[in-house]
Ligand binder design. Structure first.
Ligand SMILES: Nc1ncnc2c1ncn2[C@@H]1O[C@H](COP(=O)(O)OP(=O)(O)O)[C@@H](O)[C@H]1O
Ligand SMILES: [Mg+2]
Length: 257
């Protein structure tokens, strides 16, 4: 079953001479439980695809569906229970003057869900924190802990789909792997489906089953991550990304060596 589907998704901003078409006929399909990577140069439209699926834009054309249910331009509240987004910068997505408890409680209040205290404690444990974090503020947490809270907030409504926008690129290299491992574990344990933007092909090969490569608002190539690591990409732009990533690894090895 296809959990996330986009068919001929188009989106423009502005009008008249200032019209900027940002997405051109983007089509992709992510199976239930799959992890799908979206890579491509800055400004190619990756975040915009996630925002359309998250219901943040309404003026797209084409067809989007989650778990077989078509997205309407005006979304039902239920949509936000099934689809949640995690951003690059957890500082920006957490209110600085709200405790972690308040941040986690808010979605439960909006959706009228009971047993709030139990759910808050449980979700903190699931992301590797404990209830001692409930009454802290974001600035009292490390970057990795803040991203764990942002993931907890995304998961507290028990969604089926997580849209992840470069979830580790604002973090120190030393904590990136820890958060990526957490995401991999959570996907298995909670039977989640991921659509994840990343600029790191290493992340794609470790965490994603399949990947689409975007350039200037279009998907120029889609392939299994295994094919990517076996150097089977055919599009020039994808090959350039693979080469750049390889050069970088060799450079890093030389530095370490
Ligand atoms: N709200 C917006 N209003 C106008 N233009 C936007 C808006 N959001 C994104 N864009 C434009 O859409 C293009 C794609 O942006 P984005 O999806 O953020 O790219 P990426 O995530 O791949 O770096 C960029 O040219 C950006 O300037
Ligand atoms: Mg982006």
């Amino acid at each position: 079953m296809s959990m996330i589907q986009a068919h001929a998704l188009n989106l423009s901003f502005g009008s008249g001479p200032a019209l900027n078409q940002v997405l051109h006929d983007v089509s992709l399909s992510v199976a239930d439980g799959q992890s799908f990577g979206l890579v491509g140069e800055s400004g190619s439209g990756k975040t915009t695809v996630l925002r359309c699926l998250a219901g943040q834009y309404r003026h797209w054309t084409g067809a989007l569906s989650i778990a077989g249910a078509p997205l309407q331009h005006k979304l039902a509240k239920a949509h936000f229970r099934h689809v949640q987004m995690v951003f690059q910068d957890p500082y920006g997505s957490l209110h600085p003057r709200h405790t972690i408890d308040t941040a986690l409680r808010e979605p439960l209040i909006i959706h009228g869900i009971s047993n709030k205290d139990d759910r808050i404690n449980q979700i903190l444990l699931k992301v590797g924190l404990n209830d001692g974090f409930r009454y802290r503020y974001p600035h009292q947490l490390s970057g990795g802990q803040r991203q764990r809270v942002a993931i907890a907030r995304a998961l507290i409504l028990e969604p089926r789909v997580l849209l992840l926008d470069e979830p580790t690129s604002a973090l120190d290299v030393s904590v990136q792997a820890e958060i990526l491992n957490l995401l991999a574990d959570l996907r298995q344990r909670e039977k989640l489906t991921y659509l994840m933007v990343t600029h790191d092909l290493g992340v794609v090969t470790h965490l994603c089953d399949r990947v689409a490569v975007m350039q200037q608002g279009r998907i120029v190539e889609q392939l299994d991550s295994q094919a990517l690591s076996q150097d089977l990409a055919v599009h020039d732009y994808t090959r350039m990304l693979v080469q750049a990533s390889r050069d970088f690894s060799q450079h890093a090895e030389r530095l370490a060596g």
